[in-house]
Write a protein that binds this ligand. Structure first.
Ligand code: ZN
Ligand code: ZN
Length: 176
């Protein structure tokens, strides 16, 4: 069975939010070959217990009132309510140090690409770098220092997003 597609998280296998791992989904009660291992905010313990299909079709969100990423930043960014529901309720979240938060570019939610590579950080355009330094509260020296120490899946974490409309790259930094 093909994995469902998620327009705001196009390759969840590569990002590590979904893994090839046999398990039983607590939502559909099916034995499946792929499990979701990212964050799941709910009063229920859903850690590594949901299949990707129950995320995509909204069954998990409906049954467990689960959210896979932060709602409030999208509300504040003025994203349309139905798109917010799709991102927080029907899109796999991503593994990060603090709060999985979707980046927005000009009012449109970006796609989550994965942990930033060092190369991606070095290849930012001037405008992308200015946006990143502002959001991460870095000056030029801090950024140079970050380039020297940064490793993917390490501390600090830098998460890479891309605007599907303009291709603009956004990065979000979090400390452990
Ligand atoms: Zn399921
Ligand atoms: Zn854009």
């Amino acid at each position: 069975m093909d994995l469902p597609s998620f327009r705001f998280h196009p390759d969840p296998l590569r990002t590590g939010a979904i893994v090839k791992q046999a398990g039983r989904c607590v939502c559909c009660n099916q034995q499946v070959d792929y499990m979701y291992v990212g964050p799941a905010a709910s009063i229920h313990d859903l850690a590594e217990k949901l299949c990707p299909w129950c995320i995509a079709n909204g069954a998990a969100a409906e049954k467990f009132d689960v959210e896979f990423s932060e709602r409030q930043p999208l509300v504040e960014a003025g994203v349309a309510p139905d798109v917010i529901d799709e991102i927080v309720g029907r899109t796999p979240g991503y593994i990060c140090w603090q709060h999985p938060t979707w980046e927005v570019h000009q009012g449109k939610p970006c796609q989550f690409i994965g942990d930033a590579t060092g190369k991606a950080l070095r290849q930012m355009s001037k405008e992308e770098l200015a946006a990143f330094m502002e959001s991460a509260r870095l000056d030029r020296d801090d950024f140079e220092e970050l380039l020297g120490i940064y490793r993917p899946n390490s501390n600090p974490g830098v998460y890479h997003f891309r605007c599907p409309e303009t291709g603009f790259n956004r990065f979000r930094m979090e400390y452990a």
